[in-house]
Design a protein around this ligand. Sequence first.
Ligand SMILES: NC(=O)c1ccc[n+]([C@@H]2O[C@H](COP(=O)([O-])OP(=O)(O)OC[C@H]3O[C@@H](n4cnc5c(N)ncnc54)[C@H](O)[C@@H]3O)[C@@H](O)[C@H]2O)c1
Length: 338
Amino acid sequence: MKVFVTGHKGYIGAHLVELLQSAGHEVTGCDLDLFEGCAWEPFPSPDHELNKDIRDISEDDLRGFDCVMHLAAISNDPMGDLNPEITYSINRDGSIRLAKLAKAAGVPRFLFASSCSIYGKGEKLDLDETAVFNPVSAYAFSKVETEEAVSALADDSFSPSFLRNATAYGHSPMLRIDLVVNNLLGCAIARGDIRIMSDGSPWRPLIHCRDIARAFVAFMEAPRDVVHNQAVNIGANEENYQVKDVADYVQELVPDAKIVYTGEVGADPRNYRVNFDKLYTLLPEFKLQYTLKAGMEELYNKYREHGFSEEDFSGDQFVRLRTLRHRLDRIEKAEPVA
Ligand SMILES: NC(=O)c1ccc[n+]([C@@H]2O[C@H](COP(=O)([O-])OP(=O)(O)OC[C@H]3O[C@@H](n4cnc5c(N)ncnc54)[C@H](O)[C@@H]3O)[C@@H](O)[C@H]2O)c1
């Protein structure tokens, strides 16, 4: 199939390009390269590449594709707080515009990278896809509003699906350490302590970034009627963890590291445990390749192999917010998206 992937140079996108190409698909990537120079390891290039803001994509750019996989975004909550207008402009307005163009260009399938963070401060545990949204950030609001608007475009010719991904972790050639697991493990290795900003009790659904990429491939290859206009949580019931469980795993890998509770919990009220039954009902063949333990061991070995240091931990390279602060000029636009 001919696949158009936005955000292909990101943490998840770097895996996705490789998986799609190895499955025999032809990949066109579109990315603004906001994290140019931040790669940890080399990764394969797509067959064709557009270095473009998704807000500048035209209908012509999208003609002839079988599927658009839309991952490009300002990709986390604190970044959304840095500049909510940019998050709304790219993540919501840019995404809705892209979906409309894809439909107009005759692209039959559209897969959107949504997030379990739309459940935000969960009012109950084991949230399924019917749970009330409780977004607590511009990032999470942007995902909710995009889902609603793009879902309204669904018809016989245009089939969107919404992959509500759990929080990613694990090795990628485009490593990020601003995600809870990678951060705690990186801190233990670089600094010798495991710093937990809450009391350790908040629940998080976790998934290896490569398993998210595998889910995108599985959705594209699934029969249309199975996934048509469906929002689906991407993860596994047994891969919900409390932050203190993650810290315990980190300590198993780095026994000398001390667990420190900093108690800055006020800044992050997110707490959600998620139910993933729908994914396995719709796609019974799909299984995660990684458990948290296996993914952490792999990342631990990668950190050691790369000599991950204090400089790496405190620098800009692996933290999206820090890099983006210096590159806001690339995404600030004078005019709102039409
Ligand atoms: N990482 C997670 O834990 C997680 C969890 C749930 C959902 N998601 C979603 O998955 C997607 C990918 O996440 P990621 O972790 O790979 O993020 P990332 O920040 O590593 O990658 C995002 C990519 O999008 C590109 N990009 C950003 N704005 C752009 C624009 N206007 N035009 C073109 N390219 C642009 C960046 O250059 C970058 O390469 C995002 O939509 C994110 O919201 C991620």
